[in-house]
Design a protein around this ligand. Structure first.
Ligand code: B12
Ligand code: SF4
Length: 642
């Protein structure tokens, strides 16, 4: 019988593993529905550990949207750590959901959220543990349909052999469409088997079924063409866009983790999309256009979410939260509403040019002035022009100094290293900037205990961005620049003591680069790495560069390409990119022109406030920028616990 709980067999194993609580489920707001009451069963996977996966906003939304449907149920599954995986294999216990501990193998669909490419080996491990064939072509109609979603699904080619479908864009509506297709096919007695089901799915807007597209390669190793193998599937697959966020106020009842997790606060997404045009930012490019939630929509989500969870902190999330057209009013009215309670508000990292002290003061009215995060991303003004994140050094220092003068003691600055055209000098300017920030900050605040943390990571070029053609900097370059930066920061101990430096070495970025801009040939590398024991590649204690490099060399050699070919090679304008048949709405010509503008250090404005510059998204998708002001305001609530 399908849908049975594996818990009686799993429970004895939990006593023998680390952090067993992450596998038991039953969190506040978790849902368990009767298996036989519904037509369609979804297992939703975040392919990383529970502590990273549980707070993921995207999956939490889909879980709730699906469970609200009377004809469907959704349960969650996460990557299990190697200690439990070994015991599961030994005792024949399959990959399970944490909600009702049902076997993933029993579900109609396995939806996997790829926010990062580093989860690919964890998908293979989960499929293997579940007893589902790794290769989509080896599955029959008794196996779940494996559906990839999330930002990395905009280039699913490296995992094309392992997934049945990939969904592009916002998931709220498309999961309903997929459910309808599966329900109808089952109701009709599964006509035509798995092939027919996949054909029907391929006709759903935003759903890409890789097996219906053939890839050929030229003598230089580059793709010659990607062609559909049947004419009843689209030649190019477009993305889905939810236009009215107020109609989709999810999650309404956010999950509250049982075990420690990376993010222990409630989150309300205040808008989706970003048109600032930072050239490195895939999230900004593929989620266009900007769609704001209204102030009243935000207010009711905050209220309902707090009641449903008992959290005392609300993060107002988006890709660039201070850019919401009514952010000042949102912050003030929420702070008024929760004045005198323990409820605190926060924004994720703030653009330097969008920061203002009034806003920051409102946000911290009920809470501590713990820390502020800014993301200038590039060390020099020149490189900031290249990446289109223009802010002058003076403005940066002034903004951070204002924060210190207003009582903040800790400021975090995020940077990237290895950006196109970057030299050692660009990176060394980060040290100058940090020193200047501390010097000016001490003067303005009259205190010596202020601190600034510089967090720096290697840049990885991503599909559907103007930098998709760029040569990625090699690990040695990144490591060298990080070394000179560290030396420069430590040069003056009196100031260097107040500056913290956080960085990772360049090697994981190379693997991320391979997986981000890879094509179907990279699937063999992923499989080889997994077979060699590769798991949890986002975790430094599990990640092995040596393994990836070795397997990549062996698996790619027959094709005449290698790791460098995929990473440090600059692409030409006429090269067919592996994701060209997947349409994020961005016009390839526009992306190329923007890449050329980057090389000549020319900036582009934000179409939220300036006229459309024809990136292509709105006309392609029939969408438009959706911003306030709405002219509405929040009605005060009677707050419990005042
Ligand atoms: C913006 C962002 C943030 C913002 C806001 C987060 C937010 N809005 O949820 C802030 C700054 C707060 C943040 C914080 C953190 N983040 Co963050 N964040 C992101 C980023 C860039 C976008 C996430 C986003 O927009 N979410 C909004 C939701 C609604 O969209 P979504 O998840 O894409 O899901 C939608 C669709 O994609 C689709 N979809 C998604 N999955 C699926 C699956 C199927 C089957 C289907 C059909 C559709 C579908 O449907 C969803 C609804 O429309 C991602 C990178 C990325 N590429 O996704 C990293 C990312 C998720 N963050 C990451 C990390 C590490 C963190 C932090 C832990 C950092 C820290 N140390 O504090 C915290 C944890 C916060 C948390 N809630 O988990 C990592 C996760 C790494 C991992 N191992 O998985 C990522 C992948 C970045 C990276 N490459 O390192 N983050
Ligand atoms: S099409 Fe125009 S308005 Fe729409 S996101 Fe692109 S530049 Fe902005």
């Amino acid at each position: 019988m399908t849908g049975q709980s594996l818990y009686p067999r799993l429970e004895p194993l939990l006593a023998q593993v680390q952090k067993p609580i992450q596998y038991v489920g039953g969190e506040l707001n978790a849902q368990v529905k009767a298996w036989d009451d519904v037509a369609v069963h979804w297992a939703l996977m975040y392919p990383d550990a529970y502590e990273v996966g549980l707070p993921n906003q995207g999956l939490m939304i889909l879980y709730e949207v699906l469970n609200e449907r009377p004809d469907a149920l959704a349960e969650r599954t996460y990557a299990v750590w190697p200690d439990l995986a070994a015991l599961m294999r030994e005792h024949g216990v399959g990959q399970f959901t944490v909600d009702a501990h049902r076997a993933v193998r029993d579900f109609d669909l396995l939806g996997v959220s790829f926010a990062t490419e580093l989860g690919y080996t964890n998908l293979l491990e989960a499929l293997d543990l579940a007893g589902v064939p790794l290769h989509a072509v080896d599955r029959d109609e008794t196996h779940p349909v494996v559906v990839a979603g999330g930002h990395a699904a905009f280039n699913p080619e490296p995992v094309a052999d392992f997934v049945d479908c990939a969904v592009l864009g916002d998931g709220e509506q498309v999961v309903g469409d997929v459910t309808d297709v599966v329900a109808a096919w089952k109701e009709q007695g599964r006509p035509g088997g798995r092939e027919e089901l996949l054909t029907r799915l391929a006709r759903v807007d935003g759903v890409y079924v890789p097996r219906f597209y053939a890839v050929s390669y030229g003598p230089d190793g580059a793709i010659a063409a990607v062609t559909r193998t049947r004419d009843d599937v689209p030649a190019r697959v477009g993305k889905r866009t939810v236009m009215d966020l107020d109609e989709w106020p999810y999650p309404k009842t956010p999950l509250v983790p049982l075990a420690e997790s990376v993010h222990e606060r409630m989150s309300v997404e205040i808008f989706r999309g970003c048109t600032r045009g930072c050239r490195f930012c895939q999230a900004g490019m593929i989620t266009r256009p900007v769609r704001e939630r209204t102030i009243t929509g935000i207010g009711s989500m905050v209220d309902q979410g707090l009641r449903a969870t008992g959290y005392e902190e609300v993060g107002l999330l988006s890709l660039s939260s201070a850019d919401h057209s009514e952010i000042g009013q949102v912050a003030k009215e929420l702070a008024d509403r929760y004045e005198g309670t323990n409820t605190g508000l926060s924004l994720p990292s703030t653009r330097v040019d969008a920061f203002n002290v009034t806003l920051a003061n409102e946000l911290s009215r009920n809470g501590r002035r713990s820390g502020l995060t800014f993301a200038p991303e590039g060390g020099s003004e020149r490189i900031r022009r290249v990446i289109n994140k223009t802010v002058s050094k003076e403005d940066l220092v002034r903004t951070v100094t204002t924060a210190y003068a207003n009582g903040w003691q800790q400021v975090k600055l995020y940077f990237m290293c290895g950006l196109p055209t970057e030299t050692d000098e660009d990176v060394l300017e980060i040290a100058d900037l940090a020193v200047e920030v501390i010097r000016a900050g001490r003067e303005a605040s009259g205190r010596r205990d202020i601190r600034c943390t510089v967090s720096i990571g290697g840049f990885v070029p991503k599909p559907h961005t103007p930098f998709q053609w760029a040569a990625q900097a090699g690990a040695e370059t990144i490591d060298h620049r990080l070394r000179v930066l560290r030396q420069a920061i430590n040069a003056d101990r009196r100031i260097g003591r107040s500056i913290g430096l956080r960085y990772h070495d360049g090697k994981p970025g190379v693997v991320e680069g391979l997986l981000s801009r890879g094509d179907r040939r990279v699937g063999r590398v992923i499989e080889g790495v997994w077979r060699d024991g590769g798991r949890f590649d986002g975790w430094s204690e599990h990640f092995s560069y040596e393994r990836w490099a070795r397997v990549a060399a062996a698996e790619l050699a027959p094709y005449g390409v290698d790791l460098d070919w995929f990473t440090t090679r600059e692409r030409t304008q006429d090269e067919v990119l592996p994701w060209d048949h997947l349409d994020s709405g961005l016009d390839k010509e526009w992306l190329w022109d923007d890449w050329q503008d980057a090389l000549s250090e020319e900036e582009v404005a934000d179409c939220r406030w300036t006229p459309c510059y024809d990136c292509g998204v709105c006309p392609t998708n029939g969408t438009e920028i959706q911003i306030g002001p709405t002219g509405r305001s929040l009605i005060p609530l009677t707050v419990v616990g005042r």
